[in-house]
Design a binder for this molecule. Sequence first.
Ligand code: PEP
Length: 256
Amino acid sequence: MGRQPLVAANWKMHGQRGRIASLIAGIRSGLTAVGGVEIAVCPPYVYLQQVGELVTGSPIILGAQNLAVEESGAFTGEISGPMLAEFGCHYVIVGHSERRNLFGESDALVADKFIAAQKHGLVPVLCVGEKAVHRKAGTTEKVIAEQLDAVISKSGIESLANAVIAYEPVWAIGSGKTATPDQAQPVHAFIRNRLAGHDAGIAEEARIIYGGSVNAANAKELFAETDIDGALVGGASLNAEEFVNICKVAATVAAD
Ligand code: PEP
């Protein structure tokens, strides 16, 4: 059986109760005829309970955008894995480039968060990706290898069997400059090969999704690539119709 695509919404720091209610209502009604794709939404922490209630009885899966390494304690402003699990999260994004670049998260910290997520029954969506400067310098693979290896060496290759990897070139995030299939596919293949160097079975099963200015118009050619198993969607996920259309594209490509 092939890999089931995952389309996950990263709402980042966007939302208001009313807007979220209509967004989820729009996604729910638009998704009634969409099958064969896993769909997740990752709202800001404070809306997890609301979204958890709104998606009940639908196939939409709840995820969070970040977590603390620690379980509890004097860590003002942090949210832990057990808290996310209690609120019904299945996925949690770790190592998003905004966390790495704006909040100084190192490869080592991201690896610790990955481990913490799995310890509490959450499935990490591990984000990796190069900056424009790396791509220009030809060091994309080196950067991605370092980000991946930090997790594999601390957590073990087996842990990748219960995780999703999101390849998100930093220059493509929120910029409207999506990677072309010719740019994205080789990196996805590189990631899969890197996993295969440790365990061919895990590499074959691993879902490697793409993120960076995905929309309904560019999704088809990306999803058609062999090693692209769905998308992590930021801006376009704040529009129900656009997000649903991306999910429909994933379903159509998977069925082909
Ligand atoms: C993201 O933040 O993970 C992302 C992919 O954002 P966007 O789709 O807006 O580029």
